[in-house]
Design a binder for this molecule. Sequence first.
Ligand code: G3I
Length: 371
Amino acid sequence: MPHQDWNVDRRGFARTLFGAFALVGLGGADDAPAASLADLARRTGLRFGSAVRAESLAEPELARLLVRQCATLTPELELKWAPLSPRPDSFDTAGADAIAAFARDNGLRLRGHTLLWHKSVPEWLGRTSGWAPAERHIHAVMERYGALVDEWDVVNEPIDRAGLRNSVLLRRFGVGYIARALRTAHEAAPAARLFLNDYDLEYPIPEQADRRKALLALIASLRRQGAPLHGVGIQAHLSLARGPIDAAVLRDFLAALADQGLAISITELDVRERDYILPAPARDAAVADHVARFLEVALAQPAVGSLSTWGLSDRQSWLEVTPDDLARFPGAWQDGTGPGLNRGLPYDAGLAAKPMRGAIAGALTARRVGQ
Ligand code: G3I
């Protein structure tokens, strides 16, 4: 792995007298709060982290913020099969190596996202047959990066509303592919913690109720088959258009996962906004309030062991304000301004902490140690 000079001196970030009054619940510039999100998480038995793209590490201020706030990083793209293996005989590790080197040099861990995902299958796979290409891929990735990885998303997004997702992976490898992937991963790295990771599991709406049921049914089936599964990732791409979180529904679902002996990770927390027309402080308050409600329930479940946001700053968010979003506010922004970026991550585009950062800090602080 190429060495890069990414070492950032954590102690170089002054812990000021104001640190004792960490801006829990308030946000504020990042150099003000004493306790980082990683510190607050660690005190309650959690690992805090963020997704990151290799290219973002070239931004020194963002790199410094990642080191300051995170204990773990999730490569947003670089560990996926398609970018790693554009041709059958290639293993394009530059991006993943850069993130791994950054993590290693700064004492951070990685989440291994993701070994198999129907949206990142190399195009050449269609010209092959049998399980061997998947087996080679799983072994190669786990062997190269395993020493830094705490949790592997072995299969990403395997379900849909009706049960198993009818994906290219299912069609290519057959219904047993999830158990097979878990077994292959276990062979490649017997000590590795193996996860499934999925989305739209958080809200009390019928489609998501079906998805929760489908995931629990898949887990029961994997258990019957004796497949090695240690945890489940709840992506938590929240949305203000979906209505409120129902505490009892979310609590019961997380308890059902924990009852299966599974660890739970919140893996991709962010918030898609709705009311882009409001002033930024009101938008930020709505996002923070929603995150606080979600985390109050999620972090009360003792099986939850890690929490990651899908990026730290709005500038890196995959969530975009779409033309459809703008069309919902006819006549708005006639002065030529606009709503700017979606504001669903803890730091704004200038890397200033927002109320969402305070909501996360508050939820971490409120969680009892040893829960
Ligand atoms: O880097 C290229 C750039 O050179 C090119 O000009 C541009 C043109 O489209 O594409 C850029 O790559 C894109 C990349 O994001 C970086 O922006 C890819 O096309 C695009 O497919 C990729 O999307 C990522 C997506 O996964 C697919 O890998 C998103 O950033 C990433 O946030 C998203 O992450 C997923 C999780 O893995 C699973 N859960 C949902 C989550 C959000 O969709």
